[in-house]
Design a binder for this molecule. Structure first.
Ligand code: SF4
Length: 515
């Protein structure tokens, strides 16, 4: 992936869903055939797809590589503590696997609702930081990250892009989009990055959409995937023919690839159908269709009514910040305890003294909890970042995210519980206070050992993990850092024989030129 993308060649990554429903031997047979398809640079091996445990992606990836297909291993944060994530990175390095896709991961369906830190120790930005640390220790990973431009409220959409910037600053090399059928959104993402001079290759997701998958996605399953009623209706019509809609869906996929090329994407991420002959057909057909990409972009317009777009949509009016945030802002202005001075010196001495008295220190923790629990839903994590999150507690996010929402939000609603996504409030408060830039600050993972202790004491004694006092990552694993962390700143379908394309592949401008 690194070589092809660095050389500016338009390339293809094909998703291999390593779910329990697919026999591993079958997956590997597919991998052998995909390895023979020109333009396919990697097979992307899923992990925990749809929130269900599948085959071990490292094992499948290793076997796929032995069959000639470069693996891109999905590394999620689900049920994986940072030490386990590090161990997986070491294993991948030992196996000579470089390509990883760092993801938050779908909420595990079988888990029920658990305390967030039991399922998610890291979020995807923190995971990218960890992989970047591994890279600084000589493990040459090529890090891909995900983004969903297909968000149709201002807060959901803006936060996706904002979080993407954080991932790139943390060390991401390549971006892969969520699936969607709206060329305006594909265009919007590209434009957003271009305007900010962010030069990372972006692969657009092209999901070969069949009837069953379309049904599920139209109901928001899996979270983050969405199909418009108009597209679902079209697919229902398409599947009424003898090939059950195969030719129509492959044609749609080829047109989408042509659109992505036209928009300057670095490649396509093909999902929904991994059969080599079909992938080959899509590639050839898309090349033939390349000159007509603008016409297809017009057709690819499945979006909800009154959707938000960065360009052309009015932004929502500013919301009132509420009494508590305004009060706390004023308090912070009057007593700037985060700045060096007499007040801070006094508080440091006071909390140092309190810390030496176990009864007092426990009493203080209970007092802090009694104030913060009703106000913020505090769960005494001991590493308070309310100040960086507009007074919204990250522990109230079922996935324990500290750096922005996952990709599962839908119109401001959480994918896990029937509540608004906490990140909508963070965004709206920051926007009202003109502090959106502040949301780009990286928030490190909390030190779990501090759970149940007073975050006030931890803050003044500088032993917590927060922006400006980064003690996350390897230091927590007991691995000394050689240098500071620099960062830098499913669905099968009936197998029919496909007709050979009856057209010539036009040779126009090179992909690099186009980009
Ligand atoms: S201490 Fe932790 S759990 Fe409590 S409000 Fe602050 S961030 Fe939330």
């Amino acid at each position: 992936m690194r070589e092809s993308l660095s050389a500016g060649r338009f390339c293809y990554v094909v998703e291999l869903v390593a779910s329990r429903l697919t026999r591993e031997a079958r997956l590997l047979e597919v991998a052998s055939k995909l390895a023979q398809v020109p333009g396919v640079v990697a097979g992307s091996i899923t992990s925990y797809a749809g929130g269900a445990l599948g085959h071990d992606p490292v094992r499948v990836g290793t076997a796929a590589r032995a069959r000639g297909l470069t693996p891109n291993i999905h590394l999620t944060c689900v049920g994986r503590e940072r030490a386990a994530a590090w161990k997986t990175l070491e294993d991948l390095h030992a196996l000579g696997i470089e390509n990883v896709l760092a993801l938050t991961g779908d909420y595990p369906k079988a888990a029920g609702i658990k305390p967030p830190e039991e399922l998610f120790d890291l979020d995807s930005v923190q995971l990218v930081h960890l992989i970047n640390e591994a890279r600084q220790r000589g493990m040459p990973f090529w890090i891909s990250v995900a983004v969903s431009p297909f968000k149709y409220t201002e807060a959901d959409c803006a936060y996706q892009y904002l979080k993407l910037e954080k991932k790139i600053a943390a060390g991401a090399d390549c971006v892969i989009t969520q699936l969607g059928y709206d060329s305006r959104k594909f265009r919007e993402l590209k434009r957003y990055l271009d305007e900010k001079s962010i030069r990372v290759p972006v692969l657009g997701n092209v999901y070969v959409l069949g009837g069953k998958a379309a049904e599920k996605m139209s109901n928001g399953e899996p979270p983050g995937c969405w199909v418009a009623p108009e597209l679902l209706e079209k697919i229902h019509t398409e599947i009424q023919v003898p090939d059950a809609g195969l030719a129509a869906r492959l044609e749609r996929a080829a047109r989408m690839v042509a659109v992505l090329r036209g928009l300057g994407y670095a490649g396509a991420y093909l999902g929904g159908d991994h059969q080599a002959d079909r992938v080959r057909w899509i590639i050839k057909r898309s090349e033939a269709l390349a000159p007509r990409w603008e016409e297809f972009a017009e057709e690819l317009n499945y979006a909800p009514k009154n959707s938000f777009y960065f360009v052309g949509s009015p932004t929502a009016p500013l919301k009132k910040r509420g009494v508590v945030p305004r009060f706390l802002d004023a308090l912070g202005g009057m007593f700037p305890v985060n700045k060096d001075g007499e007040l801070r010196k006094f508080l440091v001495s006071l909390f140092r003294w309190v810390d030496k008295k176990p009864v007092l220190s426990r009493g203080l923790e209970r007092f802090e909890f009694a104030i913060k629990s009703p106000l913020f839903g505090c769960q005494t994590c001991g590493n308070c970042v309310l100040g960086q999150m507009e007074y919204v507690c990250p522990q109230t996010c079922p996935k324990n995210m500290r750096n922005g929402p996952c990709g599962g939000t839908k119109n401001g609603q959480c994918e896990v519980v029937d509540k608004p996504c906490i990140w909508t409030a963070v965004f709206e408060r920051a926007k009202s206070a003109n502090r959106l830039e502040g949301l780009k600050v990286y928030i490190p993972p909390p030190i779990r050992a501090l759970k149940g202790t007073s975050s006030w004491v931890n803050y003044f004694l500088s032993r917590d993990s927060r922006p400006g006092n980064v003690t996350g990552g390897l230091i927590l694993l007991g691995v000394p850092s050689p240098r500071a962390n620099s960062g830098r700143g499913e669905c099968g379908a009936a197998a029919e024989k496909l007709p050979a394309p009856d057209y010539e592949v036009p040779i126009t401008k090179s992909d690099a030129d186009r980009r």
